[in-house]
Design a protein around this ligand. Structure first.
Ligand code: CO
Length: 204
C-alpha cells in the first residue's frame, strides 16, 4: 500500500543525505525555527515549499481557511509553544486567493460542521459588507474577503495574551498578513505587520 509514496520518501531522504550528511542527525537533536506559519489546509499551498525552507526552519499550523480562533485549543497550543518555547520571531498568517473555505463560508449552502468552523469569516464579511458590496465581480469580491480574513486573523494573533506577554517580556514577535496566489506562486504582503501594542490599533 502506498508503495509509490514510500519509494518517494526513501529517494528524498537519500538526496538530503547526499547533499548534507549531517542533515537528519542535526534535526533529531533540536528544532529552532524562526517562523510560525498559520495557513490554509489547501493542498496547493504547501508552507515550506512556497518559502523554500527546509525541515526545521518553519513551524506550521494549517486549518481550513487559515483561521486563528481565540477559543481553538489546537491553534492556541501551537501558538503558545511557538512563542514561549521555540521563541519564533515571526508569525505569518497566510491566506490564499481562490480559497474554497472563504467561498463556502458565504455561499449560503449547508455543509455541516464546517459551517460552524467558517462562522468567523461570515462575521468579517458582515463587518465589511459595504466595501465588499461595492465590488461588482464575484471573484474579486471573494479575493478581497480572503485579504480581510487574513487581517482579522493577524489581529487575533497579535491580541492574544501569549503574544502580548511576550512583548511585555521584551521578546521580539512580528505578526504578518500574507495572501498567496495559486495562479502565480507569489505571496502578497498585505503590509499589516504588527510588532507591538502600538501597531495593533492601526489595523482598526
Ligand atoms: Co483555502
Amino acid at each position: 500500500m502506498l508503495d509509490d509514496l514510500k519509494a518517494n520518501n526513501r529517494a528524498w531522504a537519500t538526496r538530503k543525505i547526499e547533499a548534507d550528511p549531517g542533515f537528519f542527525k542535526r534535526l533529531e537533536d533540536q528544532q529552532a525555527p524562526e517562523y510560525l506559519w498559520i495557513g490554509c489546509s489547501d493542498s496547493r499551498v504547501p508552507a515550506n515549499e512556497i518559502v523554500d525552507l527546509d525541515p526545521g526552519e518553519l513551524f506550521v499550523h494549517r486549518n481550513v481557511a487559515n483561521l486563528a480562533p481565540p477559543q481553538d485549543a489546537n491553534y492556541l497550543s501551537v501558538l503558545q509553544f511557538a512563542i514561549d518555547v521555540i521563541k519564533v520571531k515571526h508569525v505569518m498568517v497566510v491566506g490564499h486567493y481562490g480559497c474554497g473555505g472563504i467561498a463556502a463560508a458565504v455561499d449560503g449552502q449547508r455543509r455541516g460542521l464546517v459551517d460552524h468552523w467558517l462562522h468567523p469569516i461570515r462575521e468579517v464579511c458582515h463587518e465589511h459588507r459595504h466595501e465588499l458590496d461595492a465590488i461588482p465581480e464575484q471573484r474579486a469580491r471573494l479575493d478581497r474577503l480572503c485579504e480581510l480574513n487574513v487581517i482579522r486573523q493577524v489581529k487575533n494573533v497579535a491580541s492574544d495574551v501569549f503574544v502580548q506577554d511576550a512583548w511585555a517580556r521584551g521578546q521580539t514577535v512580528c505578526v504578518h498578513g500574507w495572501v498567496y496566489s495559486l495562479g502565480t506562486g507569489l505571496v502578497n504582503d498585505l503590509n499589516v505587520t504588527v510588532s507591538g501594542l502600538e501597531d495593533l490599533g492601526k489595523l482598526d
